[in-house]
Ligand binder design. Structure first.
Ligand code: ADP
Ligand code: MG
Length: 701
C-alpha cells in the first residue's frame, strides 16, 4: 500500500472523527492510519476451543467451558461475602466465584441450564475456580456469530469510558484493511524472506489482526518481531559505523615507557587472560583513528580497576591526561589511594577532586590541570563542573557507569574540542546481545574470569529469629582476625524508619560486641563526608572489626580482610544490589560468607531472589534471573527505556530473534553498505520511510 496514504491523520478514517481521534492520540499515541495498523493485539482469546473441566491446567487464562450450574451459595469471610456456584460438566466440577454484583447474579442465573462460561481459572487445593466469568446461555451462544481467535488490543480506562472498546478498535482496523485492500508494501528483501521462511508483509499483517489459526499467528508474530528488531539493529549498526568514520579520535600509537615500566616492574600480580584480552581490545581502539566508546562489563572483583589504570597509562604515554570518575566519594577516595599506591614508584602526578575538596586545594588542581602538570584526575561528579578544564584530556573513564545518566556521560565528551576516548565500566552484567542493543553505539568488552585463588563466597539465608547464632558466628570470625560488614537497607521513601532500623541495629550490636574488645564503625548517608571517610579508614586499617552501614558501601569498597557480609532485611534488596553487596567480601584469600537476614514473611519474588543468591555467585546468571523477575525497564533505568518501547518484540523474551535480526543487519550492511543493490530496494525504501517519519528515533537515544 502507498506509504503516503498510511500517513493520513486518523481523524479521516470512517468511524473516527475529531473526538475519537483526540482520544486515540492521547491514550495510545495513534496519529495516523499507519499507527493504527501497527497497534498490535496484546493477546488473543481463542474461542474456537472448548475445555472439559478435567482438561484445565493450573493458571489457564481465557478458557471456555460448557456445563451446568448445580448449586449456588453465599460464603461469609473476614473480608466480605462471596457468591460461589458449583459448575459441572460430564468430567468434573469447578467453582464460579463472584465478589461483586452478587444480588444481580443470584437473581438472574438459571440453575441446571447449560451455560458457556469464559474466564481465567485459579487452582487451589485440588479445585479449579473461575472468578467473575463471562457467562452465556449455551442456546444463545450457539446462535451467535462464531469468532475464532479474538484479538485483544492495548487499551486504557479513558478509552473504554469514551466508548472506544476493543470491538470498536477491531472494527476500525477492519475498515482500514478494506480501504487498502489488505495490501502492504513489502519491507524485507526476497533473500531474507526466503532464508528465514517468513510470511509476506501482507499475510503477516492480516494474521496478526485476524489470525486464521494458531500457526499463522505464530508465523506472523515471528515475522513482525523480526522486522521490528531488524530495523532497530540496522539503525544502530549504521550509526556505529558512521560514528567511527566521522568522529576522529586521538590516536595513541605508542605503547610507551610508563605502560611498559608498570607492566614489568609494578604490576602486583599476573593479569588474568580476560584482563589481557580486554586490554588488547582497548589498545586496538585507542590506536585506531576513531574515538573509542567502550563499555567494560565485569563482575564485582573481576579486576576492572587495573585495566582502567593501564588504559590511563597509555594516554599519558602519548602525552595526554586521563580522568577516572566514580559515583561516590568513598569509592573515589579508594581509587585514589589504591592507584597512588600502585604508581608510587613512578613519576606520575595524580590528584583527587570531590565535593569536599577545599576551595584553595581546588584552585591548585584547576591550575595544574590546565597547565598539564597533572596526569591523572580522580573524582566524583565534581569532575564534570565547567571549571574543570584540561590541557588535553585523552581518556575519560567512568566507574560503575549505571550510577550515572547518559547526560553526564556526554558531558565528559565535551571536555575537549576533540572528544576524549571514553571507557565506561559496570559490574551489573547484562546478557551480551541485550547490552549491544541497549547501549547502541558502545562497543563491549567483558571480563568473564575472576583472579585466581578466589574461593566462592558461601551464602546462607537466616531468619531474624536466628540472630544469636549469627552473632556467635561473627564472634568466631573476629577471633580469627576477620572483619565484618553489617548492611541495612536505606530507601528514600522510608528513610526515617530505615535510619531508625540502622541505629537500633547498631545499638544492639554495640551491646553484644562491647569495647574495648570490639570496635565498631558506622557509616551512613547523613554523616559529613569527613566523618564518613574517618570511619571508613578505621575499618580499612583494621582498627574496627565491624562496619555497620547503609548501602553507601555497595559500590567498589575494597577491604580484603573483610570476610563476612551480613545483609539485614535482605528481602528488601533487589538482586543486583544483593550481588554487589556480597562482592564486598571474598576479596582476600580466606573463605568468605554472606548471610542474608530476613523476617519470616517473604513474597514469592523475595524467595526467588534469596534462593538465587544462595545458589550461585555468577553475576550473569543472577542478571538473567533479575531480568526475568523485573523486566528490562527496571534494570536499565529510564535513560535507555526508549529501546524498550517496542511495538511487538520483547527484548528479553525475544532475545533469539534479536540475535538473528542483528546478524542479518550486520551481513546486509557489510554486503551493501549504501543499500543500493536492487534486491535490497524494499529495505532501502522502508528505512528511508522510517527515518523520514522519525519512527525509528523513538527507539534510539
Ligand atoms: P572490580 O572489577 O570489582 O572493580 P577490582 O578492580 O577492585 O574489582 O579488583 C578486586 C581485587 O582483585 C583488587 O584487590 C585487585 O587488586 C585484585 N586483582 C585484580 N586483578 C587481579 C589479578 N589478575 N590477580 C590477582 N588479583 C587481582
Ligand atoms: Mg570496581
Amino acid at each position: 500500500m502507498n506509504a503516503n496514504y498510511l500517513q493520513t491523520p486518523i481523524a479521516y478514517l470512517k468511524g473516527v472523527g475529531p473526538n475519537r481521534a483526540n482520544s486515540l492520540q492521547s491514550e495510545l499515541g495513534i496519529h495516523t492510519y499507519q499507527d493504527l495498523i501497527n497497534l498490535f493485539p496484546n493477546r488473543y482469546i481463542d474461542k474456537t476451543q472448548y475445555y472439559k473441566i478435567n482438561q484445565l491446567q493450573r493458571n489457564s487464562s481465557d478458557v471456555q467451558v460448557i456445563g451446568r450450574l448445580i448449586h449456588l451459595k453465599t460464603v461469609e469471610q473476614k473480608n466480605g461475602k462471596r457468591l460461589v456456584a458449583t459448575f459441572k460438566d460430564e468430567t468434573g466440577q469447578m467453582e464460579l466465584v463472584w465478589f461483586r454484583g452478587q444480588k444481580w447474579i443470584r437473581e438472574n442465573l438459571k440453575i441446571n441450564t447449560p451455560y458457556v462460561v469464559f474466564g481465567k481459572t485459579n487452582y487451589y487445593n485440588g479445585n479449579f475456580s473461575m472468578p467473575h466469568p463471562e457467562m452465556e446461555l449455551l442456546a444463545e451462544h450457539q446462535q451467535g456469530l462464531k469468532v475464532g481467535m479474538q484479538p485483544v488490543y492495548p487499551s486504557t480506562e479513558k478509552l473504554t469510558n469514551k466508548g472506544i472498546s476493543n470491538r470498536v478498535i477491531n472494527k476500525l482496523i477492519q475498515q482500514l484493511f478494506v480501504d487498502i485492500k489488505g495490501k502492504f508494501t513489502e519491507a524485507l528483501s526476497p533473500k531474507i524472506i526466503e532464508e528465514l521462511s517468513l510470511l509476506s508483509k501482507s499475510e503477516a499483517m492480516f494474521n496478526i489482526h485476524f489470525p486464521k489459526n494458531q500457526e499463522l499467528l505464530a508465523k506472523s508474530q515471528f515475522r513482525l518481531k523480526f522486522e521490528e528488531l531488524f530495523y532497530i539493529q540496522l539503525q544502530l549498526i549504521a550509526k556505529n559505523m558512521l560514528h567511527k568514520q566521522r568522529i576522529k579520535g586521538f590516536s595513541f600509537d605508542k605503547v610507551g615507557i610508563l605502560f611498559n615500566e608498570f607492566y614489568t616492574n609494578h604490576l602486583p600480580f599476573e593479569l588474568t587472560n580476560a584482563q589481557k584480552r580486554v586490554l588488547k581490545e582497548i589498545r586496538f581502539d585507542l590506536g585506531s583513528n576513531a574515538q573509542m566508546n567502550r563499555l567494560l562489563q565485569g563482575d564485582v572483583g573481576s579486576g576492572k580497576t587495573i585495566v582502567a589504570l593501564m588504559t590511563m597509562l597509555l594516554a599519558i604515554d602519548n602525552g595526554f591526561q586521563a580522568c577516572l570518575m566514580a559515583p561516590t566519594e568513598i569509592l573515589a577516595n579508594q581509587h585514589f589511594v589504591g592507584i597512588q599506591e600502585l604508581l608510587d614508584k613512578m613519576d606520575i602526578n595524580i590528584a583527587i577532586l570531590t565535593g569536599s575538596v577545599k576551595k584553595s586545594a581546588r584552585k591548585i588542581i584547576h591550575e595544574q590541570l590546565e597547565s598539564g602538570e597533572l596526569d591523572i584526575l580522580i573524582g566524583t561528579h565534581a569532575l564534570l563542573e565547567d571549571k574543570v578544564i584540561y590541557k588535553n584530556l585523552g581518556i575519560a573513564i567512568v566507574d560503575e557507569q549505571h550510577r550515572f545518566g547518559v547526560a553526564q556521560r556526554s558531558k565528559l565528551w565535551h571536555k575537549n574540542t576533540i572528544p576524549p576516548h571514553v571507557l565506561v565500566m559496570t559490574a551489573t552484567p547484562i546478557p551480551r546481545t541485550l547490552a549491544m542493543s541497549l547501549y547502541g553505539d558502545l562497543d563491549i568488552s567483558i571480563i568473564d574470569e575472576l583472579p585466581p585463588g578466589r574461593k566462592p563466597i558461601k551464602t546462607v539465608h537466616r531468619y531474624d529469629s536466628n540472630r544469636l547464632k549469627v552473632f556467635q558466628f561473627i564472634r568466631d570470625e573476629i577471633a580469627k582476625g576477620r572483619q565484618i560488614y553489617v548492611v541495612y537497607p536505606l530507601i528514600q521513601e522510608s528513610e526515617v524508619l530505615d535510619y531508625k532500623d540502622l541505629m537500633d541495629g547498631y545499638e544492639s550490636i554495640a551491646r553484644d560486641f562491647q569495647q574495648p574488645e570490639y570496635q565498631i564503625s558506622i557509616v551512613h548517608g547523613q554523616m559529613k563526608p569527613d566523618d564518613k571517610e574517618f570511619e571508613m579508614q578505621r575499618f580499612v586499617k583494621g582498627e574496627t572489626q565491624i562496619m555497620v552501614a547503609t548501602t553507601v558501601i555497595e559500590v567498589g569498597v575494597n577491604v580484603p580482610n573483610a570476610s563476612v557480609m551480613i545483609i539485614e532485611s535482605a528481602e528488601r534488596f533487589g538482586l543486583s544490589q544483593l550481588h554487589q553487596l556480597r562482592g564486598r567480601v571474598g576479596r582476600g584469600a580466606d573463605q568468605s560468607f554472606c548471610i542474608l537476614m530476613t523476617s519470616h514473611k517473604l513474597s514469592t519474588e523475595a524467595k526467588t531472589r534469596l534462593e538465587t543468591m544462595v545458589r550461585t555467585n555468577d553475576g550473569f546468571e543472577i542478571a538473567e534471573v533479575d531480568l526475568k523477575l523485573r523486566g528490562p525497564g527496571d534494570l536499565m533505568g529510564t535513560q535507555q527505556s526508549g529501546m524498550l518501547n517496542l511495538k511487538i518484540a520483547d527484548i528479553v523474551k525475544d532475545n533469539d530473534i534479536l540475535k538473528t535480526a542483528r546478524y542479518y543487519a550486520l551481513q546486509l550492511l557489510k554486503d551493501d553498505p549504501t543499500l543500493k543493490k536492487d534486491e535490497n530496494a524494499p529495505i532501502n525504501y522502508t528505512y528511508a520511510q522510517l527515518i523520514k517519519h522519525k519512527n525509528i528515533w523513538k527507539y534510539i537515544s
